[in-house]
Design a protein. Structure first.
Length: 388
């Protein structure tokens, strides 16, 4: 049902695509001039309240923040840099392609992977002499068809669990991405990458190869708490200095993803999902559900602070911990795939980001299970003392 719904939307040309982001277009035109003023840049963004709000949140996020909080758009532009604004406007627009709705958990997963791929592709492009801005937008857009697919499923009212939805998006997102390319009249080169990014050796094109390498690294980041230089070189054949650049970038990515995220939809009990055939074989390239883990008590009792996704918890005990996950109790429900910032209080304070994998009722409270995402080396060492 999921695949047929998406295929029908493409066939009948009923996929809803918002207009090309006007703010990005204005900034592209302005920043292409040899000289421009800060006042002109601010004026170009003034009417876009969503983007200016995202800009302020981003400037004050841990990805960019210095010592003092900025309160004005002008100060935010100075902190981030005018030349970064076009790609940030595109990121803001792409993030709005799918609404906050029934499949909000899937949307957050798509968005996390898209922005991670964009940042990794940008870093690879800089080292190979390609245009970094073009690489960022290409990395961001190559899987954007998944967001259109989520919007189509929300519109259709089709109900299913997150994993079957994710698998259907994996199978159909290239067709949907090409719809977006045509509606937004995106460059032919970007359209080719959208069409071919799952085909090995489809074209002798450096940017396409960067996209494919980034996707491999995103998969590794999703599977393990931290990624070392050795991990990078094991997955992709690149020089050690470039692998070091990528490994250093990874722990900074969650702050940028979280800064651009939309607020979660207030929780409503889900409608019953239609049964999914148990014997259905997974498609090649489909994302798989995480393997079940055996819950264990943490090796050493400790407490954590958790912030994000509507949570603001202080000094809550860690209930269970494995090599890849931990759980704790919360007084409120949180959406799956939400990024939360965790402070682990064990031999000092260690800060890292984690992805909410499950949130299950437990009496009047909820048990939240998270897995670390893009940990730094120091955070990974502290985590190992907790779980091993």
């Amino acid at each position: 049902m999921l695949d047929s719904c998406l295929e029908e939307a493409v066939r009948k040309d009923t996929v809803r695509v918002p207009p090309y982001p006007a703010t990005a277009l204005r900034l592209q035109q302005l920043l292409s001039k040899p000289e421009f003023s800060l006042d002109a840049v601010v004026e170009a963004m003034r009417a876009d309240q969503v983007f200016t709000g995202n800009l302020l949140r981003l400037a004050n996020s841990s990805f960019y923040r210095r010592a003092q909080e900025v309160m004005s758009v002008s100060a935010a532009v100075l902190r981030i840099g005018a030349n970064e604004l076009t790609r940030l406007a595109m990121a803001s627009a792409v993030g709005q392609l799918a609404p906050v709705g029934r499949y909000d958990g899937v949307r957050r997963r798509v968005w996390r992977q898209a922005l991670t791929s964009a940042l990794l592709t940008e870093a690879l492009a800089r080292k190979s002499g390609l245009d970094a801005g073009e690489a960022f937008v290409t990395g961001l857009m190559h899987d954007a068809g998944k967001l259109l697919g989520i919007a189509a499923l929300e519109q259709s009212g089709v109900v299913d669990d997150e994993e079957p939805v994710w698998n259907a998006l994996e199978r159909q997102h290239v067709k949907l991405g090409l719809v977006l390319c045509k509606r937004w009249q995106l460059p032919v080169e970007l359209e080719r990458i959208v069409a071919n990014h799952h085909i090995d050796g489809a074209e002798d094109q450096i940017l396409l190869r960067h996209i494919q390498l980034s996707d491999l690294l995103v998969t590794v980041m999703e599977e393990q708490p931290s990624v070392t230089v050795d991990d990078v070189q094991r997955v992709v054949r690149i020089s050690k200095p470039l692998a070091e650049t990528l490994a250093d970038l990874m722990p900074r990515i969650p702050a940028l993803v979280e800064a651009f995220d939309l607020p979660a939809k207030p929780f409503a009990p889900p409608s019953p999902a239609p049964p999914v055939p148990a014997a259905a074989a997974p498609q090649a390239g489909s994302a798989q559900a995480p393997a079940p883990t055996t819950p264990t008590l943490p090796k050493r009792p400790c407490v954590i602070d958790v912030k994000g996704g509507g949570l603001a918890l202080n000094r809550v005990p860690v209930m269970q911990a494995t090599a890849a996950r931990m759980s704790f109790e919360s007084d409120r429900r949180v959406t799956t795939n939400t990024l939360v910032e965790v402070v682990l209080r064990l031999d000092g304070e260690t800060r890292f980001w984690a992805v909410v994998e499950q949130c299950a009722p437990s009496g009047p409270r909820f048990v939240v299970e998270v897995k670390p995402f893009a940990m730094s080396t120091d955070a990974a060492k502290a985590w190992s003392r907790l779980s091993t």
